[in-house]
Design a protein around this ligand. Structure first.
Ligand code: DAT
Ligand code: MG
Length: 140
């Protein structure tokens, strides 16, 4: 069987603030393996597919705009339990509520924007991970 893999995105706020290295460091320090890394400017088509579950919500368009505000670092991370494991490393969606020790809790905060800027994305299930990896890494 193929080892468990998840899709991590360092969002434009993380790249802009120079936190890509710190975020990759935490993934590797936990013991997960980086399988693929790519810096890219996300297109509207890619983001609409990636965030399809949120289409129609009030934060959807601001979310897509934010995700196009600068380059995104897309990462495939691998290891037993990496899907929930990276979600634990990331912390709660709202960085104000995210626990200290997590990426969002240590490095994120509320900037008063319409969409929550929370530094990272991580797949939330095996089916999401497979779908998202094929979107961001069509060649993997
Ligand atoms: P997560 O990224 O923790 O999986 P999600 O999938 O529910 O969270 O939402 C996707 C992103 O959309 C999230 O990272 C930040 C933004 N977001 C979610 N809920 C929001 C809300 N109520 N108001 C503003 N932005 C929100
Ligand atoms: Mg999500």
């Amino acid at each position: 069987p193929v080892a468990e893999r998840t899709l991590v995105l360092v969002k434009p706020d993380g790249v802009r603030r120079g936190l890509s290295g710190e975020i990759l460091r935490r993934i590797e320090a936990k013991g997960y393996v980086l399988r693929a890394v790519r810096l890219l400017d996300a297109t509207p088509a890619l983001l609409h597919k990636h965030y399809a579950e949120h289409e129609g919500k009030p934060f959807f368009e601001p979310l897509v705009e934010f995700m196009m505000s600068g380059p995104v670092l897309a990462v495939v991370a691998e290891g037993e339990g990496v899907i929930p494991g990276f979600r634990s490393l990331a912390g709660a969606t709202n960085p104000t509520e995210a626990a200290p020790g997590t990426i969002r809790g240590d490095l994120g905060r509320d900037w008063g924007t319409k969409v929550v800027q929370n530094l990272v994305h991580g797949s939330d299930s095996a089916s999401s991970a497979a779908r998202e990896i094929s979107l961001w890494f069509p060649e993997v």
